[in-house]
Design a protein around this ligand. Structure first.
Ligand SMILES: NC(=O)c1ccc[n+]([C@@H]2O[C@H](COP(=O)([O-])OP(=O)(O)OC[C@H]3O[C@@H](n4cnc5c(N)ncnc54)[C@H](OP(=O)(O)O)[C@@H]3O)[C@@H](O)[C@H]2O)c1
Length: 323
């Protein structure tokens, strides 16, 4: 098998394409022959050393393909079944050993590329607006990086839930995509002061919830965009980590709630994983949710995929194809 390996943290150049022995499954595992591997921002934090990893490792935690081998205890999957998963490390590869409990069977209508594009970012968008702060009709929300992988999916789901959406993006092209996804208002936060714009667009009241994955450059001002008792949902740090803060600030700014959620805690049970994945598959199959694949790279060019994502050049999903 072939895989991308990281032997030391660093820039995209540390992603090395290597030959490894083809794995065999443990009793509760399945070997997936990958057809598409998702690239996510977390892969960059791990590669850089912002999130500590045991070395060496194979990056990537999302993929889709066919079952190539099953462990002795696995009952509900067979060789040849089509599956997808997220939250299992090691998907930048042609083959990946994944616990059977993490796999989701794919409906016939769902091709591997769309499935790999949907799992991690789709489940994230799903839990953010259905569980972390469940959006209701009449709520206004601020979604940062709204034309990103998570962003485009989150905007569409927020629309389905009846919220008014104020989106931020860095370019006019991305603004168009955010609007197509359902954003009611779009702010170019690289040109405009988003705090001033949010106040103007809400008649000075603010929004019920901010979904902020940008972090360092947006966090402080995002707190100022909330109504009293509003929810600050910090779920990433694409611009860099947020420095430590005094909790008293939450009182001063209106008894705000602050949460820093991560996907693993929202798909901790098989029921929750299947519930969210099946919603996503149903919405995509029925045409209610669109998945935008921005670009694909051969597996060996994982470094170029990381460069594209980190440079803010992409809008939607980036995939690696082991083909
Ligand atoms: N907590 C969780 O469970 C969870 C799960 C999935 C993802 N995430 C987080 O969600 C965020 C989005 O992930 P994604 O994979 O969908 O990536 P993405 O949103 O497609 O890409 C990141 C986007 O962030 C924006 N950005 C703003 N400042 C930036 C900077 N200085 N450098 C790079 N990008 C910057 C850019 O959009 P503009 O050009 O429009 O500014 C860029 O396109 C990441 O922070 C990720 O870690 C969290």
């Amino acid at each position: 098998m072939q895989a991308i390996r990281v032997h030391e943290p660093g820039g995209p150049e540390v992603l090395r394409y290597e030959e490894l022995p083809t794995p065999t499954p443990g009793p509760d595992d399945v070997v997936v022959r990958l057809e598409a591997c998702g690239v996510n921002y977390v892969d960059i934090y791990q590669r850089m050393g912002l999130y500590k990893m045991a070395l060496p490792y194979t990056p990537g935690s999302e993929g889709a393909g066919t079952v190539a081998d099953v462990g002795a205890h696995v009952r509900d999957l067979r060789v040849g079944d089509r599956v997808a998963y997220c939250g299992a490390l090691g998907s930048y590869a042609t083959h990946h050993v994944v616990p059977a409990a993490r796999l989701v069977a794919l409906p016939k209508s769902m091709d591997s590329q769309r499935a790999a594009a949907l799992m991690l970012q789709g489940i994230t968008a799903h839990y953010l607006c259905h569980s972390t702060y469940p959006l209701r009709k009449g709520d206004t929300t601020l979604v940062h990086a709204a034309a990103g992988g998570v962003g485009l999916l989150l905007v569409q789901m927020a629309k389905m839930l009846g919220a008014r959406i104020i989106a931020t993006v860095s370019t006019k092209e991305k603004a168009l995509l955010a609007r197509e996804a359902g954003a009611d208002e779009v702010i170019l936060y690289t040109d405009q002061d988003f705090e001033v714009e949010v106040k103007r667009l809400t008649g000075g009241r603010g929004v019920q919830v901010v979904y902020d994955s940008v972090g360092k450059t947006t966090f402080d001002q995002s707190l100022n965009c909330l109504v009293p008792r509003g929810y600050m949902v910090l779920f990433g740090q694409s611009s860099g980590p947020v420095p430590p803060m005094d909790p008293q600030l939450l009182a001063a700014k209106g008894s705000l709630f602050l949460t820093r959620p991560t996907m693993g805690h929202y798909i901790a049970t098989r029921e929750e994983l299947l519930g969210r994945a099946n919603d996503l598959f149903e919405w995509v199959t029925s045409g209610r949710l669109r998945v935008r694949i921005d670009r694909t790279f051969p597996l060996a060019q994982a470094a170029d995929a990381h460069r594209a994502l980190a440079s803010r050049a992409t809008a939607g999903k980036v995939l690696l194809l082991p083909g």
